[in-house]
Design a protein around this ligand. Structure first.
Ligand code: KG4
Ligand code: ZN
Length: 328
C-alpha cells in the first residue's frame, strides 16, 4: 500500500509518503512570514502554500523513491482549518488524482493527529485519546477506526492557544508554546499557583480564565518582575495547563476504563505533559502512546497513515470533495 499525504490546513505545507506500514519521507515547509504578525495571517498562508506545494510534494516523492504512478491513494487534509489554505492542498491533490487516475481521500486533520500514533505504535483498540493542539482540546474514546466518542471538548481557548496567548502577553514570539516549554525546564512550577479551571466540572476544557489570570498577574507585578522571573512564570503556567489535562484524562479513564491511552497534537510535544501522562500511565499500569516530536505538530505523515487506514477499507472520496473550516 503506497499513499501520498498532503497537509496544508494552517501554516505548514507538508507532504509525506507511506509505504507498507512505514513513512519513507516526511517533508515540512514552515512559513516564517507570520512571526512578525504574532499569529497566522490567512491570506499570506494560502499564498505561501501555493508557492511551495509543488516543491514539497516533489521532494517527498524523491526522498521516498516513489513516483506518482506507484500510488494506491492520495490523502489530503480536508478540514478543519483555514479554508484558503486547505483549498491549495485539496486542489493540488485533486489535480494529481485526476492526472494519474488515483483514488482521493479527504482526511479530518484532528483524526490524523490521533492516528499519527500508529506510525510508531501498533494499531490497537479501544483507546482513550487526548488531542491537544492550537485549535482543539478533546478527549475521545475510540473502539474501532474512525468511530470516535467525544467525551470532553474545548469550551473556549484550546490548550495550544492558551500557551500562545499567554506567551504573547509575556512578550514571547509566536508560537509561544515551544518557547514556554523550553523556558519552563529551568523554572519553578510552584512559583505561582495559577487556577486549574473546571477540574471538578465534567470533561470539557476551559483555559480562558487562566489567560485572564495570567494577564492580571503580569499587570499587577509589572514588566520588570515578569522579565526577571520569566522561567518561573512559564513553568507555573505550564503546570496549570498540564495539570488540568492530566486530571481530566484520569477522570475520563473512570468513564471508559481502557488499557491504552494516547496523546496527540502540537501540545503533546510539551515535556511537562509528556512526563505527567507517562507517570499517570505507569501509576495505572496502562500502555501509553505519545508520538515522536516530529509527528506531534502539523505534518503530512499523519495524513498519509490515516489515508492508509481509510484506503484499507476503500473509503475513497470524489473529486467534488470540498474543504471545511470547522466540524459541525
Ligand atoms: O497540532 P498543531 O501543530 O497545529 C494545530 O492543529 O493547531 O499545534 C500547534 C500548537 C501551537 O499552539 C503551539 O504553540 C503548540 O501546539 N505547541 C506546544 C509545543 N509545541 C507546539 N505547546 C507547548 N509545548 C510545546 N513543546
Ligand atoms: Zn494540527
Amino acid at each position: 500500500m503506497i499513499v501520498l499525504g498532503i497537509e496544508s490546513s494552517c501554516d505548514e505545507t507538508a507532504a509525506a509518503v507511506y509505504v507498507d506500514g512505514e513513512i519513507l519521507s516526511n517533508v515540512i515547509a514552515s512559513q516564517s512570514i507570520h512571526e512578525q504578525f504574532g499569529g497566522v495571517v490567512p491570506e499570506l498562508a494560502s499564498r505561501a502554500h501555493h508557492k511551495t506545494i509543488w516543491k514539497t510534494v516533489s521532494q517527498a516523492f524523491e526522498e521516498a523513491g516513489v513516483k506518482p504512478e506507484d500510488l494506491d491513494a492520495i490523502a489530503v487534509a480536508q478540514g478543519p482549518g483555514l479554508l484558503g489554505s486547505l483549498l491549495v492542498g485539496l486542489s493540488f491533490a485533486k489535480g494529481l488524482a485526476l492526472s494519474y487516475d488515483k483514488p482521493l481521500i479527504g482526511i479530518n486533520h484532528i483524526d490524523a493527529h490521533l492516528y499519527a500514533n500508529f506510525i510508531e505504535h501498533d494499531e490497537i483498540y479501544p483507546f482513550l485519546g487526548l488531542i491537544v493542539s492550537g485549535g482543539h482540546t478533546r478527549l475521545v474514546y475510540v473502539d474501532e477506526p474512525f468511530n470516535h466518542e467525544i467525551l470532553g471538548d474545548t469550551r473556549d481557548d484550546a490548550a495550544g492557544e492558551a500557551f500562545d496567548k499567554i506567551g504573547k502577553l509575556l512578550g514571547l514570539p509566536y508560537p509561544a508554546g515551544p518557547v514556554m516549554d523550553k523556558m519552563s525546564q529551568s523554572g519553578n512550577p510552584e512559583f505561582h499557583k495559577f487556577p486549574r479551571s473546571m477540574v471538578n466540572k465534567g470533561l470539557d476544557f476551559s483555559f480562558s480564565g487562566l489567560k485572564t489570570s495570567a494577564l492580571y498577574y503580569s499587570q499587577k507585578k509589572g514588566e520588570a518582575f515578569v522579565q526577571e522571573n520569566l522561567n518561573d512564570i512559564c513553568a507555573s503556567v505550564s503546570a496549570a495547563i498540564t495539570d488540568v489535562l492530566t486530571i481530566k484524562l484520569e477522570k475520563a479513564l473512570k468513564k471508559r476504563p481502557v488499557k491504552h491511552i494516547m496523546l496527540a497534537g502540537g501540545v503533546s510535544a510539551n515535556s511537562m505533559l509528556r512526563e505527567k501522562v507517562s507517570k499517570l500511565a505507569e501509576k495505572k499500569g496502562l500502555n501509553v502512546m505519545i508520538p515522536s516530536i516530529e509527528y506531534c505538530t502539523d505534518n503530512a505523515a499523519m495524513i498519509a497513515i490515516t489515508g492508509a487506514l481509510k484506503a484499507r477499507d476503500k473509503q475513497f472520496d470524489g473529486l467534488d470533495m470540498k474543504p471545511y473550516a470547522r466540524v459541525s
